[in-house]
Design a binder for this molecule. Structure first.
Ligand SMILES: Nc1ncnc2c1ncn2[C@@H]1O[C@H](COP(=O)(O)OP(=O)(O)O)[C@@H](O)[C@H]1O
Ligand SMILES: [Mg+2]
Length: 410
């Protein structure tokens, strides 16, 4: 029997075909080898539609070298493509549409606003969601500022802390505006009066994206730096959701975001919680609540949208130990765990998508052999394996008709 094959679907970073997460893919390919699964990397640009083949990238762990080979489509696809404004992203949309019958471990998740609306329908989640509204005019921000002393204004399709504005109401009635532009640079802070606030919000460069306004949490450590947590929830080798790990991130001085790519530092969750909320039993309680919440959110989002294999939750924990969900990331990086020195968690984070891919492949095999033994009993025409496979995949994903899979609209 041929080896199961997993394709990592990604996008080139530029026209020179550079790959963003090459070291991560190398580790995944090596893990696949150990587990008996062939893993290659490809982008929509490498697909030869006419001949049904892919000019895929292979990595040899023994020699540390990459090479290309023409191959057939993989049994399962693991999508690592992050939303971006480029022609490459348009090619991805076309690929996903054309090949929607293939087996994808993960389908696109929606934007921040849609995810918020979906989660806020579940009563047990509501207490963990900061008050959030879709930004339509500066009044959406100022009305929140009457209730909360801090408000975050964020692009619904943003990543990595880009384009985020934070507004603090000061005791003298003025407002402090701080933020990061769309290239992630720190924007010089400015103080405006109540009268000038609407104008200042209007002049924030929204880059043509839609925004949300959100209750700001007070997550400034005594040294003035903001902090939060990154929780990775993944499907394991038995197809069940599990928390792989959770680590803290501390933003650089003068930053309103903690993202590692914006200069944030990784920190152990335990160490942060010790200085932030104290007592061991409180910490144990917080961690267990956060884990249950994380798994429930993943389950719920998967059942609402469609296949998912991993998610990262950005969590804020306030001084009273309450857990708040800032954002759900469908294409999480795992580097926070290596940066904080949690090698075992990092290894698990790399291997799990492969183990899960193998499990999905085996499930599909056994359901296909079950189906083919049934059809043999009914003396139907033999049919080629590939055709049967495609029909089964088609049936499974027929419910997935989505005019806006990446949530570019809302
Ligand atoms: N409501 C909020 N209260 C406090 N800090 C926030 C809030 N929203 C975002 N942040 C900070 O900004 C960072 C980036 O915001 P996030 O919603 O995760 O967007 P991105 O997709 O750009 O990562 C968070 O990790 C956190 O440090
Ligand atoms: Mg984030």
């Amino acid at each position: 029997m041929s080896q199961p094959v997993l394709g990592i679907l990604t996008l080139y970073l530029n026209d020179n075909k550079a790959l963003e997460e090459r070291p991560v893919y190398e580790k995944m390919i090596a893990a696949g080898k150990r587990l008996g699964m062939q893993v290659f990397v490809f982008t929509p640009q490498d697909v030869d539609d006419g001949n049904g083949r892919i000019h895929a990238l292979f990595f040899k762990p023994e020699t540390g070298s990459w090479s290309r080979k023409w191959v057939r489509f993989p049994h399962v696809i693991y999508d690592r493509c992050r939303i971006q404004r480029s022609h490459r992203f348009q090619q991805l949309l076309a690929f996903r549409k054309r090949y929607s019958h293939l087996i994808f471990l993960n389908r696109p998740l929606r934007n921040k606003w849609t995810v918020y609306k979906t989660l806020s329908k579940v009563s047990s989640f509501r207490g963990h969601l900061p008050v959030t509204r879709l930004y339509q005019s500066p009044e959406d921000v100022t009305s929140l500022l009457r209730k909360f002393s801090t408000v975050y204004v964020k692009p619904i399709n943003g990543t990595g802390g880009r384009g985020i504005l934070r507004i603090d109401r000061k005791t003298d009635g003025s407002f402090l505006l701080q933020g990061r532009n769309h290239s992630r640079g720190i924007v010089s802070p400015k103080v405006v009066s109540g009268q000038n606030l609407h104008g200042a919000i209007r002049s924030w460069d929204m880059h043509g994206d839609r925004y949300i306004a959100q209750q700001g949490l007070n997550i400034k450590l005594p040294n003035g730096r903001v902090h939060d947590y990154r929780m990775l929830v993944q499907k394991n080798g038995s197809g069940a959701w599990e928390v792989t790990g959770c680590a803290g991130r501390i933003g650089p001085a003068g930053s309103i975001t903690s993202n590692l790519h914006g200069g944030g530092q990784a920190a152990s969750m335990n160490a942060l919680l010790k200085q932030w909320v104290g007592g061991d039993s409180a910490i144990a309680q917080i961690k267990s609540t956060a884990e249950t919440f994380g798994v429930n959110v993943a389950r719920h989002l998967e059942s609402t949208y469609s296949s998912l294999c991993e998610l990262a939750l950005d969590l804020a924990i306030d001084r009273s130990g309450k857990i708040w969900l800032l954002e759900v990331n469908p294409k999480p990086s795992r580097e926070v765990f290596s940066k904080v020195g949690e090698r075992d968690v990092y290894r698990k984070a790399i291997v799990r998508p492969i183990e899960y891919g193998l499990w999905v492949y085996q499930q599909r095999r056994s359901s296909l052999s079950h189906k083919s033994s049934l059809s043999a009993e009914h003396k139907t025409a033999g049919g080629q394996t590939l055709g049967t496979e495609h029909r089964a995949a088609d049936a499974e994903h027929r419910y997935y008709s989505d005019a806006d899979p990446y949530g570019i609209l809302y």
